[in-house]
Ligand binder design. Structure first.
Ligand SMILES: [Zn+2]
Length: 383
């Protein structure tokens, strides 16, 4: 028979909530949470469904953050089971969103249900924040909810993000921060002409090449104990008319930096700008900044998570800042401690996405242990 966590995970996977659709997931969660004594609010913005549920009014506030939307399935014929029909086989729950992240949403929902039942008079408050736009543009999701909470002075002390942080085994890794991300879109302006008459043209590829060589050689910083050094990758280069006898009039280069807190977005822009000036490159350059770096270097949340993981699995998690960005970036700037702990992420966004069914129950127990460590009077030693 399914455990309550597995049963809820299946119910969520059955709802085909491809971004920004929620397909009824949040209605189901709202019913469960209000039955557990939460005050539940829907906070829709545009096409995006958001759910804010809080139990208690006092500080500190521990908030579980997650999303009900999933990425598209790709060709369903490539799946061994239909992606929205959850199946357990060989101990794994298969289905789109099982690992990213309906499994952890189910795990923290059952954890807060058990916690509310066993500690009705807990200290502080528990909240659950869910969006249906984490995988998409992320404009009307957690970003907007945080604006609303900010207007009301609702401060989240501890934010536990359920994203699949684990690498090989449950809890082997937690994310305590993320690198920043900034993209440059460089257009080098040349003059089109015949390749046989280069003096009568200006080749933007030749002009750009030495500058790009210098750009990719920059050592931006050394990183620190939690962050690897900043990296730059050129992701697109495009130039040419298709003909082999024409010097193109323009070259376009797109590059992205994942940067550590040792440097800033403004510093990156200044350094790239100066390099292009030095190479006297006729150009235009547009920037898109999609997130500043953030990090929780220590504190009660990291300690509680590490201790709860170690108690369940026998070893404390590695603290990492690797991977892409997450909705934690919208919470961290308010000063909250933000840490990600979720299942193994090896199959996320792939066909045959899956999660070990036993890990969902273990994760739910770990989440409950974290609640006890942070919200049951620690001086009473009552857990
Ligand atoms: Zn996710």
């Amino acid at each position: 028979m399914d455990s309550p966590t597995l049963e809820l995970a299946r119910a969520l996977v059955r709802r085909p909530s491809i971004t920004p659709k929620d397909a009824g997931c949040q209605t189901l969660l709202a019913e469960r949470l209000s039955a557990a004594g939460f005050t539940v609010e829907e906070l829709p913005f545009g096409e995006v469904s958001n759910l804010w549920a809080r139990r208690g009014t006092a500080a500190p506030l521990l908030c579980f953050l997650g999303h009900t939307d999933v990425v598209p399935t790709g060709p369903e014929s490539a799946w061994s089971h239909p992606p929205f029909q959850p199946v357990v086989e060989d101990g794994y729950l298969y289905g789109r969103g099982t690992a990213d992240m309906k499994g952890s949403v189910a795990a923290f929902t059952t954890a807060v249900e058990r916690f509310a039942a066993s500690h009705p008079g807990h200290t502080g408050s528990v909240a659950v924040l869910i969006t249906s736009d984490e995988e998409g543009p992320g404009v009307d999701g957690v970003r907007r909810v945080m604006e609303t909470l900010g207007e009301r002075n609702d401060f989240i002390d501890y934010c536990l993000v359920g994203e699949p942080s684990s690498h090989d085994t449950l809890g082997d890794e937690i994310k305590v921060g993320r690198r920043g991300s900034i993209t440059g879109r460089l257009t080098v302006h040349g003059e089109q002409g015949h390749v046989a008459y280069p003096d009568a043209a200006f080749n933007p590829i030749h002009a750009a090449a030495p500058a790009l060589a210098e750009l990719i050689d920059i050592r931006w910083d050394e990183g620190d104990e939690l962050f690897p050094p900043t990296t730059l990758q050129i992701s697109n280069i495009h130039a040419g008319t298709g003909a082999d006898n024409v010097i193109p009039g323009e070259a376009e280069v797109v590059f992205n930096l994942r940067y550590s807190p040792a440097i800033t977005a403004a510093g990156i822009q200044e350094r790239v700008g100066a390099l292009l000036q030095r190479h006297r490159l006729p150009h235009t350059l547009e920037w898109r900044h999609s997130g500043s770096p953030f990090v929780t270097r220590g504190g009660a949340l990291v300690e509680a998570i590490s201790a709860a993981v170690e108690r369940r699995t026998g070893s404390a998690p590695i603290r990492s800042t690797g991977g892409g960005t997450s909705d934690g970036r919208f919470v961290a700037p308010t000063g909250s401690e933000v840490v990600e702990l979720g299942p193994v992420g090896a199959t996320i966004h792939k066909v045959n996405e899956r999660v070990a069914a036993a890990d969902l129950d273990a994760l739910s127990e770990i989440y409950e242990d974290i609640l006890r460590r942070l919200l049951v009077d620690r001086s009473a030693g009552s857990y």
